[in-house]
Design a binder for this molecule. Structure first.
Ligand code: CU
Ligand code: CU
Length: 288
């Protein structure tokens, strides 16, 4: 039977405690750092050659869906009552709201070096030392809202403009796709600086610290953010009945994207699964 992913603001005290406890145990077992490693390995931009699966590509959504499922399975091996909650950043919009509480993910980083000093993932607690990263820092960092150069979280209206897109994705199938739900949600825009980060991308920037870049998995908010992104895919499917993952067929040898993106029935590395197989997960979980 399908289990439920809940809005993090609705978790009871016991549910919060169990979710945090399962994360810490997955970290203690050494499994968590494998997720960080995988995400770094698949942090490939469309300026590079070769296959892109996780970002700047149509398979951004199925790739992260499967990635979350793997983490969730690791959590549920520890505690079968746990699932990944989602953070609705259109509603919980400040550094004082969930999930930034001491009984969940802890708060903002301190001013001097952005080190997180509150909650279960604070370095001094001893349970959340960063072992895999793109910098040498061993402690979790955040800069919620970016004190020196403030940005706001995406609004419900911004998210809505992505959900209105009738096509899943569109050529050229990369960070410059002007049409399509996938890039509307992933959030590569035109222009320079903060105006060019929309929806999913803007949230990474708003959190700041390790959430910017390939090692973003080091902040557990990664999963809550991507659960909400994943929920949008389900909402988009409900709104655009019959709309499917695109492209349906791989681009041909004359295309710029030949062998660089994953079509609907192609394997999605590092897994033995296709986007098509990940379009309906209602038998595994659903969102409350
Ligand atoms: Cu990612
Ligand atoms: Cu992301």
């Amino acid at each position: 039977m399908a289990y439920i992913r809940k809005d993090v603001s609705t978790l009871t005290r016991a549910e919060r405690r169990r979710f945090v406890g399962a994360l810490l145990e997955v970290k203690r077992r050494g499994e968590y750092d494998e997720f960080v490693r995988t995400h770094i390995a698949y942090f490939v931009s469309d300026g590079e050659d070769g296959l892109r699966t996780a970002h700047m590509a149509p398979s951004f959504l199925p790739w992260h869906r499967r990635f979350l499922l793997d983490l969730e399975r690791a959590l549920r091996r520890v505690d079968a009552s746990v699932s990944v909650p989602y953070w609705d950043w259109t509603r919980n919009r400040t550094a004082a709201s969930v999930p930034w509480t001491a009984d969940l993910l802890g708060g903002n980083g301190r001013r001097s070096d952005h080190r997180v000093t509150t909650g279960p993932f604070a370095y001094a607690e001893g349970d959340w030392t960063l072992k895999v990263g793109i910098t040498d820092e061993k402690y979790l960092t955040r800069d919620l809202g970016r004190a020196r150069d403030p940005i706001a979280l995406p609004t419900a209206g911004e998210l809505e403009s992505a959900l209105r897109e009738p096509l899943y994705d569109a050529a050229p199938w990369d960070s410059t796709s002007a049409k399509g739900f996938r890039n509307g949600l992933e959030g590569w825009g035109t222009g320079r600086g903060s105006v060019s980060w929309r929806n999913h991308n803007r949230v990474h920037r708003w959190v700041g610290g390790v959430m910017v870049g390939g090692a973003s998995v080091n902040d557990p908010v990664f999963w809550l953010h991507h659960a909400f992104v994943d929920l949008q895919w389900s909402r988009w499917q409900q709104r655009h009945r019959g709309a499917r993952y695109l492209p349906a067929q791989p681009p041909g040898p004359r295309s710029d994207q030949y062998e660089r993106i994953v079509a609907r029935h192609e394997k999605l590395p590092p897994w033995d699964v296709t986007p098509d197989q990940l379009e309906d997960v209602s038998g595994i979980y659903r969102y409350a």
